[in-house]
Write a protein that binds this ligand. Structure first.
Ligand SMILES: [Ca+2]
Length: 157
């Protein structure tokens, strides 16, 4: 585990990562705050003590989960626009094993389109995937197929 990262995220040095601290550490690639509902959902998945905080031990797993989703998101963002449009969402859902008609994809798109421009941002994409019960780990991509270095810079403020 990267302790420099850990101490940067644990702002009050409590030894635990709160939802607020995690939200501050994350960026969806725009100036809008990382969706608090997505943060809450992710904390819930990795909070083994059920205290709405993440221990350092579990933070490593949570951070890896987020990084995996970043790589996943980037690979589906074919036009590098920083968001997922209808066609990109369709490809993503198909990759996750869903075969859905365009009308259903439209409904999903509208449910998670926070900016109202028929696109989904990174934070809302994670939330969409969690809520669709994409329980398996996001697909892994070999290094070089998705440029994950600038992406890491984007997500860690
Ligand atoms: Ca895109």
């Amino acid at each position: 585990m990267n302790f420099a990262l850990l101490s940067r995220v644990d702002q009050d040095r409590s030894g635990y990562i709160s939802a607020n601290e995690l939200q501050i550490a994350l960026s969806n690639g725009t100036w809008t705050p990382f969706n608090p509902e997505t943060v809450r959902l992710m904390i819930g998945m990795f909070d083994k003590q059920n205290q709405s905080t993440i221990s350092f031990e579990n933070f490593g797993a949570l951070w890896k989960y987020i990084t995996d989703w970043q790589n996943c998101f980037r690979s589906f963002d074919r036009d590098n626009s920083g968001n997922i449009n209808h066609e990109e969402l369709k490809t993503a859902l198909t990759t996750f094993g869903y075969r859905l008609p365009d009308e259903v994809i439209d409904i999903i798109m509208r449910s998670f389109d926070r900016l109202g421009n028929r696109t989904i941002l990174f934070d809302d994409f994670i939330q969409c995937s969690i809520k669709l019960h994409v329980s398996r780990k996001p697909p892994r991509f070999p290094p070089g197929t998705s440029s994950d270095i600038p992406y890491k810079r984007a997500v860690v403020s």
